[in-house]
Design a protein around this ligand. Structure first.
Ligand code: UDP
Length: 538
């Protein structure tokens, strides 16, 4: 036993010596605080000051070295929500010599991923802001594997969905509060700080009204790789050949209720000749919900965070999102955006209650459950009269909350009508034909030959070879787009062609230089890159 202890002591002394001599080393990716993730050796955290500490020594490294721009506004976002001022990361600096006067450091031997969860009690936020970004941040850096230790620094307790976070690594995630019990000065041997935003698809309306992110970079393929991982961890197997098709009504039991749920279930079952079942977060285990959703043909639910579970629907399934009275479905599209990501292969349908008679409001509830009794009378009256919540910023707009927490009696004929406009026969899961969208490469060996007839007529014969990758692909339709631009002009003449050569004679002048741009197009909308521009003199 004494040997084990001394072993630990030697490690400890070696670690301490390395910290004192080498200090902290930081190298980051990303050009701005909003896209930065940093890798540290010997980053420390004072649990008393509740601040990260960077120790300077002769060997320390700080890249980027931003000087005071590090505070304008921060080194990086600790959550995946862009530029949120409660989610910034920074550190304070000290000379390594100060360690002599500080509490003895406690070293964290595991590779750490340090981040903030954004709103761990809301399932949409859990998946969109935390689980997917953590999963893909771990895919980005090879030393973040299943032995990674996750550190959640936002300061919340575990929250109701903590079991989901635990699936991402084999080690128990640690919360900010728990760090105090480990020591006064913690030093992370190796750590990554920050989360990748590459998988997020929605912005919640902090600076402009909510909506899809401007530049979505994730497709259904990556979402489904993630859900496959989660299902393996949850021990939910994909039942490929399960025969019975069914519809799920995902219900809420506390608020934003469907008042005629029984009637709705009967109507769906009858209309689509399918078994129809209800699930809710309150009454089913998470694994059971995933198991059921992953084989469902259709998911029907009130707008709300539980709809993020359409992540687990099979390709070809249909999502039906129900919106309470006065809530414009076009203004709240986190689940529509998810369902319609390229390669998710889900059908999305929104239904809105258009009938004031079918809504139940709760003006006397607390404000955060949609109550409006605290507002002055004229404002209350205006809200009650209004037929649509105007676009607004997050997160406390009383008119939005008032309408969002209404209960709804779903008008069955109107709902079935809306669904039937999209789902003509039986709904989903289709046996998926391979619809992989692969893009063409550049056309090759492009050539042009000019011929002049007299002083006013000329022809341009252009030819090229197929893109190199085409000979390995089965493509339904291959077309070529050719742009002919007179040198020095801003405009060009576009042509769509089926063959690999064409002689242009319209509008071709003699003794002129033309720039010819050629690209290949697969199946009408898969545009390849332009080949190097051809210079052709007539
Ligand atoms: N929730 C639920 N049943 C309810 C009300 C809420 O399961 O009756 C869940 C909901 O899915 C979300 C969390 O509780 O994960 C917070 O719900 P809230 O209404 O605040 O958010 P929203 O669903 O509008 O995003």
């Amino acid at each position: 036993q004494s040997q084990e202890l001394s072993q630990v002591q030697i490690d400890y002394h070696a670690a301490l010596q390395a910290l004192v001599e080498d200090g902290t080393r930081m190298v980051c990716t990303g050009r701005m605080h909003t896209d930065r993730i940093c890798r540290f050796e010997s980053l420390c955290y004072s649990t008393e000051a509740e601040e990260f500490v960077y120790f300077h020594s002769n060997s320390s490294v700080m890249l980027p070295n931003l000087g005071s721009r590090r505070f304008q506004p921060a080194l990086l976002d600790l959550s995946s929500v862009e530029d949120h001022n409660t989610q910034y990361f920074n550190f304070v600096e000290l000379p390594a010599a100060a360690l002599k006067f500080m509490p003895k450091p406690v070293f964290v031997p595991d590779v750490a991923l340090i981040a903030n969860r954004f709103n761990p009690d809301n399932l949409m936020h859990v998946f969109h802001d935390d689980l997917l970004p953590i999963y893909y941040t771990m895919q980005q850096f090879s030393d973040l594997d299943l032995e990674t230790r996750l550190f959640f620094m936002e300061g919340w307790s575990e929250g109701v969905h903590f079991d989901l976070y635990k699936l991402l690594s084999n080690k128990q995630p640690l919360l900010r509060e728990q760090l105090k019990t480990l020591g006064r000065l913690l030093c992370f041997t190796k750590s990554y700080v920050g989360l990748s935003k590459i998988t997020t698809w929605y912005q919640y309306g902090f600076v402009q009204p909510q909506g899809p992110k401007a530049n979505i970079l994730v497709s259904g393929n990556e979402i489904r790789q993630f859900t496959k991982f989660m299902m393996q961890k949850l021990n939910v197997s994909l039942e490929e050949s399960s025969s019975e098709e069914y519809i799920i009504v995902f219900s809420r039991t506390i608020n934003r209720l469907i008042l005629n749920e029984a009637e709705l279930i009967l109507a769906l079952a009858q209309e689509f000749q399918m078994k129809t079942i209800t699930v809710s977060l309150e009454e089913h285990s998470f694994s059971d919900i995933v198991r059921l959703i992953s084989n469902a043909s259709m998911l029907v639910s009130m707008h709300g965070a539980q709809l993020v579970m359409s992540l687990f629907l099979p390709r070809g399934a249909t999502v039906v999102e129900l919106f309470p009275y006065a809530i414009n479905p076009e203004h709240y599209t986190p689940y529509k955006t998810l369902a319609t990501l390229p390669g998710m292969d889900l059908q999305y349908i929104a239904w809105q209650n258009a009938d004031r008679e079918d809504t139940i409001t709760y003006p006397d509830r607390p404000w955060d459950q949609g109550g409006i009794a605290h507002l002055d009378k004229t404002e209350q009256e205006r809200i009650i009269k209004s037929t649509e919540v105007p676009r607004h910023l997050c997160c406390r707009n009383p008119e939005w909350l008032f309408r969002a927490y209404q209960d709804t009696k779903v008008n069955i004929p109107s709902l079935i009508h809306v669904i039937r406009q999209t789902v003509k026969s039986k709904p989903g899961p289709k046996k998926q034909k391979w619809s992989g969208s692969l893009y063409p490469g550049k056309v090759r060996d492009a050539k042009c030959q000019a011929s002049v007839q007299g002083t006013s007529e000329a022809k341009l014969a252009v030819s090229w070879q197929i893109p190199w990758n085409l000979k390995y692909l089965k493509v339904r339709e291959v077309k070529y787009e050719v742009w002919i631009q007179e040198q020095g002009e801003n405009t060009y003449m576009p042509y769509i062609l089926s063959h690999q050569n064409h002689t242009f004679s319209e509008n071709i002048k003699p003794f002129t230089i033309y720039l010819v741009w050629i690209r290949c197009i697969f199946n009408k909308n898969l545009l390849g890159p332009f080949a190097d521009v051809l210079l052709c003199s007539t």
